[in-house]
Ligand binder design. Structure first.
Ligand code: NAP
Length: 497
């Protein structure tokens, strides 16, 4: 049977949109993008909390093939990033290729046809030769179970489900967590709430954020001479790679990083007691390093209290810390992060031999080859899959490496007129053993508790090194890494019907 589409992309965030653009640029236009929500944008659609911005400079945190001369700040805020993504959809004429409000419930590989059957939540089904998963790593909110939570008489919500109808002005607000989202929210809401109680379980390392507006003369120059956009992009990229060596086992670079962050605390906070409270007890880089100029000043506002306790109980309108601190509140914000290990996002994925992906990953956690292809699940790609995350540079750079790899895979599939390519199990196993061996000696394995690791300590999220190495590995698919299933006469005939 002929397929409905050559490619189906699931998700219209940065991964899905970027993949769509690159497919189109390679001359492949028989694809569709299914998006569960009623708008494109992924994380930049979902996160609308006050102060939401990217902590990677925008001239780098954007597609290299769709650079933007109009960024208004070094670190752009969420509305501007979402507007950029909408603009990309128009610029590359993708609107008609995207079907919104279409959640996917199941994917099933049809071995004889060498294609995927894709089922939607509303009961439709489609077929495609290949499927690209652009599901995003950080969009399943993690809300801790707290005794008495359901008895809370105020308004409570997670940062990624910001309650825009609820005005926090003059309210007594508690925020649980001091990660990347909290550090952006706290300075914004501290200005307007009556009281802000921050429940901190462990302090983050926070470095300075050199933000600034981009001068209109510079924007005009970039518009007239767009090739100049490569200059800030390259400089920022190289600088972040250079700085990243502090995370990859260079002790003096790591020490420098920690010294700079300690100096940031000293220069921002005069009270020794508060300095002590915000100084992490784990090595810098073990959790994501945060950037903010206004977080430490916000902690020193008279209406803000940093409580160094986890939350144990909620009783009506009272929140109770592990050491017994009790505060009456109107609003409770969970800045408690995401479930980063749930790569399949509830989609039931069945590969060769009726094997389910969640069963396959249940024992050792998510594993793929180059974070992109998965043994036993041919013609399927996970964009920002296992061990492709970064603590030091732009994720869009990693996605673009994966796009190169996927296009190379499609070239090989077409050149060989193959039914499917399946990455060899032994290749995937050896690759993951190597990744884990590298990670074992790196800063992320030095004993802190972070979303980079599973409960047993295995790091299934991060790429253990410079992005330049990943770019090299993903430049071209090596045919020897794959079982290449040739089309037989019957399947060839079927695929043409
Ligand atoms: P996060 O970094 O995982 O932080 C979660 C916070 O909640 C931590 O402080 C954690 O404390 C605390 N926490 C979790 N469970 C708790 C519990 N049961 N009781 C008390 N405290 C609890 O989450 P996030 O701030 O949402 O950020 C997640 C990721 O999103 C970031 O690492 C980043 O990759 C991404 N992000 C990026 C940007 C950007 O600018 N690019 C902005 C926001 C988010 P412990 O540290 O003690 O576990």
């Amino acid at each position: 049977m002929a397929v409905d589409f050559q490619q189906i992309i699931i998700g219209a965030g940065f991964s899905g949109l970027g993949a769509a653009i690159r497919l189109q640029q390679s001359g492949r236009s028989d694809f569709i993008v299914f998006e569960k929500a009623n708008q494109i944008g992924g994380t930049w659609r979902d996160n609308v909390y006050p102060g939401c911005a990217c902590d990677v400079p925008s001239h780098l945190y954007s597609f290299s093939f769709a650079q933007n001369p109009n960024w208004s700040r070094v670190f752009s805020r969420q509305p501007e990033i979402l507007a950029y993504m909408e603009d990309c959809v128009d610029r590359f004429h993708l609107r008609d290729k995207i079907r919104l409000n279409t959640g996917i419930s199941a994917l099933k590989f049809q071995e004889k046809q060498g294609s995927w059957k894709v089922e939607t939540e509303s009961g439709e089904s489609f077929t495609a030769r290949t499927v690209l998963l652009g599901l995003g790593p950080l969009n399943v909110p993690k809300i801790p179970r707290i005794e008495g939570q359901d008895s809370f008489t105020g308004v409570q919500f997670h940062t990624a489900k910001w309650c825009t109808d609820h005005d926090v002005t003059d309210k007594r607000v508690a925020i649980i967590g001091t990660g990347a989202s909290a550090v952006q929210i706290i300075p914004e809401i501290a200005k307007k709430v009556k009281q802000l109680f921050i429940f901190q379980r462990s302090p983050p390392w926070v470095g300075p954020r050199p933000d600034a507006a981009v001068n209109s003369v510079i924007q005009g120059l970039f518009r007239r001479l767009p090739f100049l956009l490569w200059l800030p992009r390259t400089l920022i990229y190289r600088y972040l790679e250079f700085r990243g060596r502090g995370l990859f086992g260079n002790p003096s670079a790591h020490q420098q990083m920690q010294k700079r962050a300690l100096r940031h605390i000293k220069e921002s906070i005069s009270d020794p007691n508060l300095r002590e409270k915000v100084t992490p007890k784990y090595q810098i880089g073990c959790k994501r390093i945060l950037l903010s100029e206004d977080y430490y000043p916000a902690l020193q506002l008279p209406n803000v209290e940093l409580i160094t306790e986890a939350v144990t109980t909620i009783e009506g309108n009272t929140i109770v810390g592990a050491e017994g601190t009790r505060r009456e509140i109107d609003t409770l914000i969970y800045a408690t992060g995401f479930d980063a290990a749930s790569y399949e996002k509830g989609i039931n994925i069945t590969g060769l031999n009726e094997q389910s992906l969640s069963d396959c990953w249940s024992a050792a956690g998510p594993e793929a080859y180059l974070g992109t292809t998965i043994s036993g699940f041919p013609n399927l790609f996970s964009i920002i899959g296992p061990n492709t995350g970064l603590g030091h540079n732009s994720m869009i750079h990693m996605m673009e490496s994966q796009f190169n790899y996927i296009l190379s895979y499609l070239d090989l599939l077409e050149q060989r007129n193959a039914l499917y390519l399946d990455v060899k199990t032994e290749r995937q196993v050896a690759y993951n053993e190597d990744i884990q061996a590298q990670l074992a000696g790196m800063v992320w394995s030095t004993g802190c508790n972070s979303w980079y690791q599973m409960d047993d300590g295995k790091n299934t999220t991060l790429w253990p090194g410079p992005t330049t190495t990943y770019r090299q590995h993903t430049r071209k698919v090596e045919a020897a890494d794959y079982v290449i299933q040739e089309k037989d006469a019957i399947s060839d005939a079927l695929s043409r019907v």
